[in-house]
Structure formats: C-alpha cells, structure tokens
Design a protein around this ligand. Structure first.
Ligand SMILES: Cc1cc2nc3c(=O)[nH]c(=O)nc-3n(C[C@H](O)[C@H](O)[C@H](O)COP(=O)(O)OP(=O)(O)OC[C@H]3O[C@@H](n4cnc5c(N)ncnc54)[C@H](O)[C@@H]3O)c2cc1C
Length: 285
C-alpha cells in the first residue's frame, strides 16, 4: 500500500512526487505517455532554459530528476479508481492501494468534432457509465471507444442493458468484446430532438437512447465523475488545499483549470504535495 499514488508524469505529477518523496512518503507515479508536452518542440517561456527546448526534453528531465531521487515511476495506464476505505487503482497491468491519490492527468477529455456531438453532451451523451447508466436500463445504449477504457465502461453498462452497441468510429478494436454489436464505420453525425436518438455512420443510421463516451484513455474528469467528485466545466473542482470533495483525492495541473502552462502545473504539484503531506499526518497523529 502506498501513501500516495500520483496519476500523471507531467510537470504537475512529477513536481508533486519530488516534494512527496522528500517528505519521506511512499509515492508511486503512474503515467501512460508524455502528456501535453509531447505535442510541442519549442518551449522558451519556462524558467531556467536559456535556449528553446522541446516539451519531451522537459518531461525527460523531470523523469530523470525523479528517478535520481528514488521515486518509482511505472508506465501504466490507469483505467479505474475506486474509493473504499483506501483508494484502489486499477491499471492495464496491476491493481494498487493507496491512502491518497493525486490526479495530474492534464486536460484530455475527448470532444468529438462530429456534427451534433457537442449539442447532445448532457442530453443523452454521457461521459460516465456508473453515474448515468441506470437512467437507460433496458434501453438501447451505444458506447464510443476502442480500447480498455471502453471495455471497462462496457462492463458497467451490461448491468443496465443487454441492447448494447460499440462504435469504434473507424478505429480498429484493440480489445476482445463479446455479446455486443460492434460498428467500426466512421461516425458522421449525432441526431435527436431534445436528446440524442440516432447515430449516423457513413453506411447506416442506428437508433439509440443514450451514448457513452469512452474513447482512448480515461481522464481525471472521468475518474472524478465516477467517484462522485465535483467537476466544473470539465475541470476537477478542488479547494485551496487542492483536495476534491472526496477526502484524500487531490488534483493538480491542467486538470483543475486555470493557466495551462508548465509553471502553473509545477506550482500546483508542489502545493498539492504540501497539502497531501499534512492530510496524511493528520490521519495518523
Ligand atoms: C501544443 C502545446 C504547446 C504548449 N506550449 C507550452 C509552452 O510553450 N509553455 C508552457 O508553459 N506550456 C505549454 N503548453 C502547456 C503545457 O504542456 C501544460 O500546461 C502542462 O504540460 C500541464 O502539465 P500537467 O502535468 O497538468 O499535464 P500533462 O503535461 O498533460 O501530463 C499529464 C500526464 O498524465 C498522464 N495520464 C493521463 N491520463 C492517464 C491515465 N489514464 N493513466 C496514466 N497516466 C495518465 C500522461 O501520461 C501524462 O504523464 C503547451 C501545450 C500544448 C498542447
């Protein structure tokens, strides 16, 4: 069992892990890739770099610094987080327990640029099977996705309906799925009146009562919604101690909104570490 599991190995996650380790806490960082900084080759506004530097280089520097301090970093994709007495973190390879969790996954909520999609978010299009699946019991439910995140959400939806469709939107299915209709054609539109009622692909139209989005990797917002943490305008709501409304669940960096910059993510990570350290000591003293 870990004191803290940090989900995310970007500026917020690694900055936090460095402070947490120096507080002598048992910390594990889980990350799946290089995050937002992998998308830029040219950073020249971050302190301490006299010449432009690539985003990847900054992340690599952070990871080397963390490893030198003895921080354990594992390349695993977090698929689910449950809160019982402890936090149970399920990844594509393992399951872990922790006293606290820091969400530092950046901002990565999928927003499909397909006609009708944004019109029906919250009107039949949902990002959280465990929150909204019950509303559509015994109805026709579509789930959008192609990988392990989709498979996780699909298992939740099976509790509510057997009339399920998986739409991969043109991507190959990367997990085995049984007992469900699978449509791999690209989606060209979402149609409805007050709520969504049809998914249109380049080959056919499919009547549906609800659409659940589970494309790619779950984001901090997805984890928060499933645990009942408050989300405001797609960002995790935290107090001035970087804690969500769920005791022991913290968040930092781009996923809590504000300035989307490295400097702010690093500062968030440090502040969150201080708060987590205090929180853990308050529980043990
Ligand atoms: C094109 C572009 C250019 C930019 N240019 C600049 C710039 O010049 N200067 C500047 O200051 N900022 C810039 N930014 C913004 C900067 O990249 C972000 O503000 C910063 O990276 C946020 O840090 P973060 O730690 O919150 O998230 P990220 O850096 O996005 O890190 C997120 C981490 O979470 C991990 N993760 C996500 N989901 C999961 C999961 N389910 N399981 C496991 N791990 C997960 C990822 O693997 C990654 O390690 C730019 C961003 C972009 C996209």
């Amino acid at each position: 069992m870990f004191d803290v599991i940090v989900v995310g190995g970007g500026p917020a996650g690694i900055s936090s892990a460095i402070y947490l380790k120096r507080f002598k806490l048992d910390v594990l960082v889980l990350m799946k890739d290089f995050g937002a900084l992998d998308k830029t080759d040219h950073i020249e506004n971050y302190y301490g770099f006299p010449n432009p530097v690539s985003g990847r280089q900054i992340v690599e520097n952070g990871l080397s610094q963390a490893s030198r301090l003895g921080i354990e970093i594992r390349n695993e994709e977090v698929l689910n987080i449950d809160k019982t007495e402890l936090f149970v973190i399920k990844t594509n390879r393992n399951e872990y327990e922790a006293k606290t969790v820091l969400l530092a996954t950046g901002s990565s909520r999928v927003n499909l640029r397909i006609p009708g999609f944004s019109d029906f978010v919250g009107k039949g299009i949902s990002y959280c099977a465990i929150c909204d699946g019950f509303l559509y019991r015994k109805q026709t439910i579509a789930i959008l996705g192609e990988g392990e995140f989709m498979a996780e959400e699909l298992e939740v939806l099976r509790n509510f309906s057997s009339d399920l469709y998986v739409f991969t939107n043109g991507l190959p299915l990367s997990v085995k799925v049984e007992g469900t209709k699978i449509i791999t054609d690209p989606i060209t539109g979402f149609i409805g009146d007050e709520v969504v009622n049809t998914i249109v692909t380049d080959k056919a139209s499919y009547p549906v009562n609800a659409v659940f989005v589970a494309i790619g990797t779950p984001s901090a917002t997805d984890f928060a919604l499933r645990m009942g943490a408050f989300v405001d305008n797609n960002m995790i709501a935290v107090n001035d101690k970087y804690m969500t409304n769920i005791p022991g669940l913290f968040a930092a960096g781009d996923c809590i909104g504000g300035l989307s910059q490295i400097a702010k993510a690093v500062a968030d990570g440090a502040e969150a570490a201080l708060a987590i350290n205090k929180y853990i000591h308050s529980k043990t003293s």
